[in-house]
Ligand binder design. Sequence first.
Ligand code: ASP
Length: 409
Amino acid sequence: MEVNEGDYVEVITEKGNFKGVLLPKPKFSDEDIVIIKLDNGYNIGVIPKEIKLIKKAEKREKKKKLKIEKKNLPTVSIIGTGGTIASYIDYSTGAVHPAMSAEDFMYAVPEINDEANIRANLVFNILSEDMKPEYWIKIAREIKKESEKSEGIVIPHGTDTMSYTAAALTFMFPKLSLPVVLVGSQRSSDRPSSDAYMNLLSAVKVAKTDLGEVVVVMHATSSDDYCHIHRGTRVRKMHTSRRDAFKSVNSKPLGEVRDEVKFYGKYKKRDEEIELMDKMDEKVALIYYYPGMSEEHMEYVLENVDGAIIMGTGLGHVASNLVPLLRREIRDGKVIGMTSQCLHGRVNLNVYSTGRNLKSAGVIPLGDMLPEVAYVKLMWLLGNYDREKVKELLPVNLRGEIEKRRFLE
Ligand code: ASP
């Protein structure tokens, strides 16, 4: 008998018999495996050669709808953007597809229903490598709209560029009257080792606190023990696949989520109102310097932009033959900031002669700011202020993105 994805089946193997929904082959892996969602909610994977027989079995009852409204709970808005975390199992068909409504999220992680009344809507359904500045703006406007109806915002997002979105939202809201929590998962929820469940539940808990910042909530370790809360301007994806891929760089996480949310130290509390400055100048480049980079290449990149962030080597360097070009570009009105490929530590343009020359050419050293954060910050500054103000504000701490400027820089 032929069986299809979504059928309720019985699988007979040498190791035992299993009943459950036949799931599609995992979208995010190429393992040759047959996956069954058992009645207890767990998935098991069976290697095809171990299967003696697979046949349709009697269907179990479809889940009843979950009740949404609970008077004593705060309201949390989920603004979906796609990514792995937005894939979920539809219990009736077994298909994996992006969450589209509040109820979908509630089926995937029913416990969020005990934490808050969930309002959910989907603004995009994309993998985050396809994210772009115009989408950041759309998300920011959605946050502002939802802030009138709820006490916290959760944004499920693909992990690849989640830190760029976190930084962009941080700069766009000089005042924030509620927590904005970005959350993702490294493994889709159709895999037994998925981190989607704990991350989403933890994110909803953070969205109920008195926090007034944009943060990222993800697994703190590779086990399912707790999550970290990272500041939106300090966080980075530091591993391609580990569940604890997200780390705060050049600073500590703001706190953790186990059963309860615990902040380690100071954090910004909710403002009384929300203020959105959502202009972004997209004509900004993020340039990774490499040995051998030609003047032509650097010039080509700088030609069509209003500003650029360079990821230099070590303390913040590029080859000395590029310095005259940078000097000319800066004289012509471009804003150029220097960060480091090392990621950890601060740039310092006072130590080596190249650094000193870069500084005298007008390159702005950006302390311990992460390159992506500097890139997003420059877009936001150029979108909202004149050039002189941009140059003044770029190296100054606005949202926890840079430790105080030291006199040596
Ligand atoms: N490539 C995916 C994305 O960033 C990975 C993920 O969702 O975690 O959207």
